[in-house]
Design a binder for this molecule. Sequence first.
Ligand SMILES: [Zn+2]
Length: 317
Amino acid sequence: VNANADDLAIAIDLGGTQIRAALIDRQGVIHIRCAEPTRATAGPETVIGQIAALAAKAREGFDAKRIIGAGVSSPGPIDTMRGVALAIPTLMGFNDFPLRARLEGRLGMTVALENDGISAALGEWRHGAGKGISNLVYVTVSTGIGGGVILGNRVLRGRQGMAGHVGHMSFMQDGETCACGNRGCFEAYASATAFTRRAIMRAAADPATRLGKTSEPIDAAAVFEAARQGDGLAKALVQEEAQYLGQGFASLLHLFNPDVLIMGGGLSNQFDDLQGDIVASLQSSAMPAFRNTPIRRAALGENSGLHGAASLIFEGA
Ligand SMILES: [Zn+2]
């Protein structure tokens, strides 16, 4: 590869609710960033059209010769070895769909495809909270739970490029039903969706809490705010959430023995309020030798996936 300091990559972060596009250079500087809501039920042709339009917008006014490829982060499961979307739950019609080939045809350039958890892990590793670290586990806690693993300075991909679906560690035969169809998954207990569901259920049965007693809807941010104001139920809910996260994180420490575990996703906005109880939970669920592993908040916010997608082009990852 002829690395040129002027090189640029188009980065696409395809999500169930938003498609983000950016033009990023080798140093990780974002030159242009744009986004629009995903037409998730309109089928692959429409979504690919949206991606092409955003990519065109991102590269507008830049010398085409500087743009050496497009990295695309997509919800899984995607077989990145073959470039095929197997069955994306949040996007209609992406079943056994040849996503990479179709994007290359449409964008007219090399396309590198990555599962979103791995892409965000790559972004944090190259430019964020995991910079310079050889072994890390990245966990995104949002609507669902996803992740990616870097071990010995290499990305863990597995047979089909689908390693790191950490939300679907299942530990309860008759547990909560998960979006994946299984029961008792980590995601079914510790995702923001599960947290909010618990909050709504318990608030209805608790006359003392202020949650649900105003016109304000019960969402994750509202529960954390109420906890900060001293609301008893909200405090218990936050502590319980941290307990679940700590339990899942402990399993990941046992499996991968990382230098650091990085938490990203929407719920990481509340990291300061969760950290203490996550660490306390780790103290009881991790084996003693693993307990001092630092748990850190992701540094790139909504841009982790975009940075990871661009790094696929620059680093070949
Ligand atoms: Zn699951």
